[in-house]
Design a protein around this ligand. Structure first.
Ligand SMILES: [Zn+2]
Ligand SMILES: [Zn+2]
Length: 292
């Protein structure tokens, strides 16, 4: 079987199994103070790895981190069950290159809401860019390429280790529930953040901002701000737009572990948008072909 088909089938099986297991096991192992702590720690680590690692660092190079922190952020993201970094980065760069046009792997405008939310993960066509994805390794140190190859193994090691330590209760609250919740939150950025919410910038796409999504995922909900300035490390542009991922980056910068942070203000972004010939300011959002 071709790699693209194997990956699509892996998602078709793993995602429903995880969703069903996460819900079913809640009735057998209800949340306790101990498992609440396990859930929160796991979720925060996984979401940090996706937002600050996979997204801001590896996809957009919004800052530079030292090799140890880079590896740790990759490991945190790798524990989130969202696949190899190279494929995530490849998909995400295509999303920015072709936003809401043919070629965007998950646009509600082009492919419909549910395909943009989760259907694209089950489609072999989403995994035909393996050679392009592997080119990303050329930018990385050897230990990161090794970790990237190990991420499918991590997907099985994560619940196995938890199971050996604390049984199915730990697997439920330290793996199934946080992984499924983060899948849904991440996919919601792809779907709902291109459908509902406010816009601070007149970007030529359907991106929107969402306070609750930002609170749930280290600032990722400021998606319109992000599309207005994709390389910016800062997603919460205004003072009231809470962006925990950006605060993490600034703390690490203070500690000397991160440098070369792209840190644009609202005025910088508006100037860049106005000067960009490619971006024509619009006051109207394109209509949706298939909202749901
Ligand atoms: Zn987007
Ligand atoms: Zn992005």
């Amino acid at each position: 079987m071709k790699l693209a088909n194997r990956l699509a089938w892996g998602h078709r099986i793993a995602m429903p199994v995880y969703h069903i297991a996460a819900i079913a096991l809640m009735f057998i192992y209800p949340l306790t103070p101990k498992t609440l702590v396990l859930f929160l720690i796991t979720y925060l680590i996984q979401a940090l790895g996706i937002s600050v690692g996979y997204h801001r660092l590896f996809s957009h190079r919004a800052f530079h981190a030292n090799r140890i922190l880079t590896f740790l952020l990759a490991l945190c993201g790798g524990l989130a069950g969202q696949g190899a970094i190279r494929r995530w980065v490849c998909h995400h760069r295509m999303h920015h290159r072709y936003t809401d046009k043919t070629g965007d792997p998950h646009s509600p405008l082009v492919s419909g809401f549910w395909y943009a939310h989760i259907g694209w993960r089950f489609d072999p066509e989403s995994y035909v860019h393996e050679e392009e994805a592997k080119k990303i390794w050329a930018e990385w140190p050897a230990e990161l390429c090794w970790l990237d190859r190990m991420i499918p193994t991590l997907f099985f090691l994560h619940p196995l280790v938890l199971g050996l330590v604390g049984g199915w209760e730990y697997v439920e609250w330290g793996c199934f529930v946080p992984t499924v919740l983060l899948w849904e939150i991440t996919f919601t950025v792809n779907s709902i953040s291109h459908r509902f919410g406010r816009r601070l910038f007149d970007t030529p796409d359907t991106s929107r901002n969402s306070t609750w999504l930002s609170l749930m995922m280290w600032g990722e909900g400021w998606h319109n701000n992000h599309h207005a300035s994709p390389k910016n490390a800062r997603y919460g542009i205004r003072w009231y737009q809470i962006d925990a991922g950006y605060y993490f980056i600034k703390i690490m910068q203070r500690l000397g572990l991160i440098d070369r942070v792209v840190d644009d203000s609202e005025a910088d972004i508006r100037n860049a948008l106005a000067m960009s010939l490619a971006v024509k300011p619009t006051t109207q959002t394109p209509p949706f072909r298939d909202p749901f």
